[in-house]
Design a protein around this ligand. Structure first.
Ligand SMILES: *Cc1c(COP(=O)(O)O)cnc(C)c1O
Length: 460
């Protein structure tokens, strides 16, 4: 039944939208470990990072003490096209589950890219434009990041070159066309346009590609092309900073109605939506002002947090990127081909890795058939057709709500609904036709990835 005081959807006014992003690192006692130069094993300097990334973004990446960064006006203007995004009380789902729990979700799928990724894409494109660059390069897996970036680049009139993991390029032709509609050029990876691509093709002919490999190609192109820089849609501290807009809006909306979540849940690929959603809540937790249970949900077929190692590792397959200390399955890890639900990156945000290691958050893994069951249950109750990635969080939220049903507890559950799944209908089809199974990597499977983690002094 509807709570008289709480609407189905809580919208904020334009003037209630955040004017700054929040940098959770400022409140962390144990700061995330710095990125290392893979050659010298010394922390990456601003100058070294500046060869790959835009200057202003490098500053954000290296700053772990400034709590608030003002959101430039042009970015706030762009945000107005699709933000503030609604915080929805899942009354219909609660009713179907017959649970005393109160469930809320922050919905980030209300834009053409269909996900939260636009929040950082527009920021990164803005700084590239301000720096006078001609364009940017990037990789995309499932295609959401590439789509978001192509939208952002067309807004600021920047060239956008996307390396798309080959298997997705072939399986998701519509994603590719959306990107091209916004003016991006899209190349299947590995390609013969780059040295690293040619090398990987020679070593693994017929490979369907991986994110780590596409990253190497995009970085190489950026560093070898005048007026270009590389941008990344997740994992980095700057991306979590931009995504804090999700959590800040959520917190404002909840405070307005006196709602305090007991449990906060997000799916975790590279950690950007989860990091963004939890940032202001985690800030309170770190400062000792409030406590929340925070749960990261990952696929059982790509279990970086729950089965990974906390080590310095390569961010890409070609080993051209800096080393990051993170929970990782090894840069050579590639999820089983039947894995359909996204979240397939081998590593995890260094910020979230440190918070997890320090016990400030939990992580669980879920099987993909359970994820799609939850997705369908959610779609039928709440109307929105969720992205498979988001559905990892849905699955965990439903499970927590069902626990409340057993105990009678009226917990408040908040989860991030990161996007819509219209481009994932092949995966939904497999699920409906019972052709989807749950391949969970064995310890031997994982060993292959772990063996590729660099054997350096700080990993001892
Ligand atoms: C990219 C993506 C994710 C996972 O990325 P994070 O960086 O972990 O947030 C989750 N949901 C959707 C819809 C995505 O597009």
């Amino acid at each position: 039944m509807q709570d008289k005081n709480i609407p189905y959807k809580i919208y904020l006014d334009e003037n209630e939208a955040p004017r700054s992003w929040y940098n959770v690192r400022a409140d962390m006692k144990n700061k995330p470990a710095p990125l290392l130069n893979p050659g010298t094993l010394k922390p990456m300097t601003a100058e070294e990072l500046g060869a790959v990334f835009c200057g202003e973004l490098v500053k954000q990446e290296l700053d772990d003490t400034t709590a608030y960064f003002e959101i430039p006006e042009k970015i706030r203007e762009f945000y107005k096209m699709y933000r503030p995004s609604p915080l929805v009380r899942a009354y219909c789902l609660e009713k179907r589950l017959d649970t005393p729990a109160k469930i809320y979700y922050k919905f980030e799928g209300n834009n053409t890219s269909g996900s939260h990724k636009l929040n950082s894409a527009i920021a990164q494109a803005y700084y590239a434009k301000e720096q006078g660059l001609k364009g940017v390069t990037t990789e995309t897996g499932a295609g959401q990041w590439g789509t978001a970036l192509s939208m952002a680049c067309s807004y600021f009139d920047l060239d956008c070159r996307v390396y798309m993991v080959k298997v997705s390029y072939e399986q998701k032709p519509f994603r590719r066309e959306v990107m091209r509609t916004y003016g991006a050029s899209v190349t299947p990876s590995p390609s013969d346009l780059t040295e690293v691509g040619r090398k990987i093709l020679k070593l693994h002919p017929g490979t369907t590609g991986s994110l780590g490999c596409a990253i190497s190609e995009a970085v190489e192109t950026a560093t070898k092309t005048e007026g270009y820089r590389y941008v990344l849609g997740s994992v980095l501290a700057q991306v979590l900073l931009h995504q804090s807009v999700i959590g800040l809006e959520t917190k404002t909306a909840m405070d307005k109605y006196g709602i305090k979540p007991d449990i906060i849940i997000g799916c975790a690929g590279g950690g950007s939506n989860l990091g963004g959603l939890i940032s202001p809540f985690m800030g309170e937790k770190l400062r000792g002002e409030a406590d929340y249970r925070i749960i990261a949900v990952e696929p059982a077929s790509c279990p970086s947090f729950t089965r990974g190692r906390y080590k310095y590792d390569f961010c890409d397959t070609g080993m051209v990127c800096p080393l990051a200390k993170m929970y990782t399955l090894g840069s050579g890890f590639i999820p089983a081909p039947n894995h359909a639900g996204g979240l397939r990156y081998h590593g995890m945000s260094s910020i979230l890795s440190q918070l997890y290691d320090d016990g400030y958050m939990e992580a669980i893994s879920v099987k993909q058939t359970d994820v799609f069951k939850a997705a369908e249950q959610f779609a039928r109750a709440e109307g929105i057709l969720p992205a498979p990635e988001s559905s990892h969080a849905i699955k965990a939220a439903i499970d927590e709500a069902l626990k409340c049903k057993e105990t009678g507890e009226e917990k408040t559950i908040l989860f991030g609904l990161t996007g819509t799944g219209y481009f994932d209908m092949v995966a939904y089809e497999k699920f409906h036709d019972n052709l989807m199974d749950d391949y969970i990597p064995t310890d031997e499977d994982l060993k292959v990835g772990f063996d590729g983690i660099p054997d350096i002094p700080m990993n001892k």
